[in-house]
Every structure is written in C-alpha cells, then in structure tokens.
Design a protein around this ligand. Structure first.
Ligand code: DAH
Length: 339
C-alpha cells in the first residue's frame, strides 16, 4: 500500500516555489481526474473495510490540506500582484513633473460676472438668461423707445439680414421677457452678451457684456434702489469707496440716475480712464417707467419697481486696474495669466 504522507509532502514542496501557472499543474497532478491523490481514492475499493476507513480518512485530510494550501497560495499571489501593480501605477499627484503645464482658469470677464452675480444672489436676487437675438419690440418698443425716437441713435444696432430680428444692444429686453413670464414679486439679474455697431477702442467694443437688474413688487421705492446699489458697490469695491448718484435719463425708467465711483485708477486726481473728471460712471438705474409696465400688462397703480444696468467690462477694468478694454479680448497669455 502506498503511503499518503510522502505524496502530500511532495505536492506541498512543489507549491512552495510555484508561480500561478505551476499551481494549476500541481492541482491537476494530484487532485485532477487522474491525479495521484484521486487515483488513491479510486483504489480504496481494493482494501478491507477497516483499511478503507483509516486510509480513506487520511487521504481526505491530505486532499483538504492540499486544496487549502492551493487556495491560500493563489490568494497570496493575487495579493502580491495587486500590491505590485498599485506600487507601479501609483500617481504622485503632488509632483510637478506629473503635468508640466500650468492650470487654466476662468477668463477675467467670466470671473467678474460671477463675482457680481454672487453679490446679488447674496441679496436675494435670482439669475435669468435673456436672448441675444431680439425683435425691435423687446429691444426698444416695450422699453418705451418708440420708432424714430432719437434715443435709438445712442445704441447703434446690428440688424439681421432678411428678418425682423436684431442683436440686442443691451440686456434690458431681459426685463420684458421676465415680466411677461412671471408675476411680481420679481428680484432678478440678467447677465449676458450685447452687441453694438461701433468701432473698437480703449473703452468700446462691438461685443461686450452687461448685467441687468430688475426688482418689482408693491411699495418698491427709490430708497430701496439706492440702498441696494450702494451695498453692491461697497461689497465689490470695499466700504471706503466714494460713490454718488447723479440724475440722468433713460427711456425705460423715471426718475433715472447714474452711479459714479471715485476713479480707482487715479484716486480722483483725473486720468485718461476717468477723462480727467476723477469719477467713473459704473451703472444706470431708475424706477421702472409706467409705459414699460403697460407693455407687459402690469398694473402700474399696484406695482412699482426699479431697474439697473451695468457694463461688465468696465467693472473688470476698474477692479483690476486695466486701462484698455482691448486687452480683455486679445487673449495675450501674458495678460491672462495675471488675473
Ligand atoms: N440699458 C442701458 C444701457 O445699455 C443701461 C440701463 C440703464 C439699464 C438704466 C437699466 C436702467 O435697467 O434702469 O445703456
């Protein structure tokens, strides 16, 4: 009768140095259909009952032992392989060699829009989007700028060929869309791109950005307009900034005003940016004109409201000490990197 122990020892020894492929060969050699241990089990029938019992138990113990050893060995190898893989594939995200390019960031105009929007959101305003392609009604008529009115001359308009449409010259038509779609109370800003048919220079561009504001409700007053816009300017430029409300005229507001801040580039002494005045005009505002309410079928006896509009590029320039608007569009990487 063959002894089981030497056969088991032999198999265990082979496993000690086995790689993943060897393990499978060892399993087949001993535990496969024609494996050495399997054969022994088959041969049990030739033995007496007593021998069968004893030898059968020994073989089964050996079989289990070998099986367990094989499984453990497989697990060990798999773990080692994984550890090795993780070691080799480890990425040092703090290494500057990993990605030898500097990170990109938002453009200064985007940043400025977000900074201004964040302030108004903190004051309870929603953000809405208008349309860049508008009709004469939304861009002018509904805003109390009738056809042939001289006020149209201040906004040289791009008309779209072969249609009644135009590129909006300001974000104010956003007011009309909002009032057509919702009922008061309204407290919203509309940031967006606007277009004017004018030559580019240090303070003008044919394409630029504005943020419109609109607040409508019962008992909305000019005092609230003043308070909100003063708070906004202080949050953006700091508590120390000098500002003033100056009477002005817009077709869609009555009364109207403009807000100036003390020139941040020269401190009020007078420079090319403030054109020697010491003041920078930063926004237009006023109480919504009853004709505008009429255009959107609001009851102007019941509701009052205020509106304002500001040019994003001007804010981007004033906040960052830039004295020429063109640098915002030229995308010179040496300039962009600074902001
Ligand atoms: N739409 C005006 C412009 O582009 C800016 C403006 C002024 C908007 C006064 C307003 C406002 O809402 O009340 O020049």
């Amino acid at each position: 009768m063959i002894k089981i122990k030497p056969i088991l020892d032999e198999a265990l020894l082979k496993l000690k140095t086995a790689n993943i492929d060897d393990i499978e060969s060892v399993r087949i050699e001993y535990l496969g259909k024609k494996g050495k241990i399997t054969e022994m089990l088959k041969n049990l029938s030739e033995l007496s009952i007593e021998e069968k019992k004893q030898f059968g138990a020994e073989i089964n113990i050996a079989k289990t032992k070998l099986n367990d050893t094989i499984e453990n060995k497989k697990k060990d190898i798999a773990t080692k392989l994984l550890e090795e893989k993780m070691k080799n594939e480890k990425i040092d995200i703090s290494s500057s060699f990993a990605f030898p390019f500097s990170k990109g960031h938002q453009h200064i105009i985007t940043k400025t829009i977000r900074e201004i929007s964040d302030i108004f959101v903190s004051l309870g305003f929603d953000i809405a989007e208008g349309k860049e392609i508008e009709t004469d009604w939304y861009n002018f008529e509904a805003l109390n700028i009738p056809k042939d009115h001289p006020a149209r001359d201040t906004q040289d308009t791009f008309y779209l060929e072969g249609s009644q449409n135009l590129l909006r010259t300001h974000t104010s038509p956003g007011q009309i869309h909002i009032m057509e779609e919702t009922q008061p109370p309204i407290r919203v800003i509309v940031p967006g791109r606007v277009y004017r048919n004018e030559a580019t220079d240090a303070t003008h561009s044919a394409i630029f950005h504005q943020i419109e504001g609109l607040v409508v409700g019962e008992n909305i007053t000019f005092a609230e307009l003043k308070g909100t816009l003063t708070l906004f300017i202080h949050k953006l430029f700091g508590q120390e900034i000098d500002l003033r409300f100056r009477p002005s005229h817009f077709q869609f507001t009555e009364p109207s005003a403009e807000v100036d801040i003390k020139c941040v580039l020269c401190g009020g002494k007078g420079c090319k940016v403030c054109k020697g005045s010491g003041w920078l005009e930063v926004l237009g505002c006023g109480m919504v004109h009853p004709n505008v309410f009429k255009a959107v079928k609001y009851d102007s006896e019941k509701y009052t409201g205020y509106a304002f509009g500001l040019g994003v590029e001007r804010f981007a320039m004033f906040k960052n000490g830039i004295d020429d608007m063109r640098v915002l569009y030229e995308n010179d990487i040496r300039v962009l990197k600074q902001f």
